[in-house]
Design a binder for this molecule. Structure first.
Ligand SMILES: [Zn+2]
Length: 194
């Protein structure tokens, strides 16, 4: 059917036009997506590299925006900070897609991260046998860094960076993704689509 439609985007695999426009109900301003919650990104377009097609994985995630001053309450008490964060954070529900290649890349990084953590844990055990305080300290510190890195690798590629008047600004999509979105829009625009 799309063969007869002169307005069909060349890279599109979706023939349902209404589905299409619903998928593109967001603005792109500079390198950020601007949208209310929920944000539906195309499920046939990789947010990581702009590859088209439904192969890969579609994710439904909740992103949270926390204004940075909330973190300052850690100087009062970590428990107070956690409560403040829970109260002030704004939730953005987002659906996004990663192609097979980006899913595989992500898995590989996770495996390397887990491998490093296991190696450092073994190092810590070894330090007990060797009675080496220096090795224990090194492995403990390394493990702390490796776990932080693992948390970053495991988190969604998209991050909610701003929230104002119900609108979120989201970072993390690739320039190639934005190019594909522009191709799919009737006027090829990125910003002020509505
Ligand atoms: Zn990709």
């Amino acid at each position: 059917m799309s063969d007869h439609n002169p307005y069909a985007p060349p890279s599109s695999t979706i023939s349902d036009a209404s589905q299409h426009s619903a998928d593109l109900d967001f603005d792109i301003i500079e390198d950020q997506i601007q949208s209310t919650s929920p944000l539906w990104l195309p499920t046939d377009l990789c947010v990581g590299c702009g590859a088209t097609g439904t192969a890969g994985k579609t994710y439904d995630k909740k992103l949270y925006y926390v204004p940075w001053p909330a973190y300052l309450t850690i100087f009062l008490n970590i428990l107070i900070m956690l409560i403040v964060i829970l109260v002030v954070r704004k939730k953005l529900e987002v659906t996004y897609h990663l192609c097979e290649h980006c899913v595989a890349k992500r898995k590989k990084r996770m495996l390397i991260g887990v491998g490093v953590c296991v190696a450092l844990l073994l190092g810590a055990v070894l330090s007990v046998f060797l009675k080496s305080g220096a090795l224990a300290l090194l492995c403990g510190f390394g493990l702390f860094i490796a776990l932080l890195a693992l948390a970053v690798i495991g988190s969604p590629p998209l991050k909610a960076r701003e929230h104002q008047g119900g609108l979120f600004k989201v970072k993390g999509a690739s320039p190639e993704f934005y190019d594909q979105v522009a191709l799919r829009r009737p006027n090829g625009s990125l910003g002020q689509y509505w």
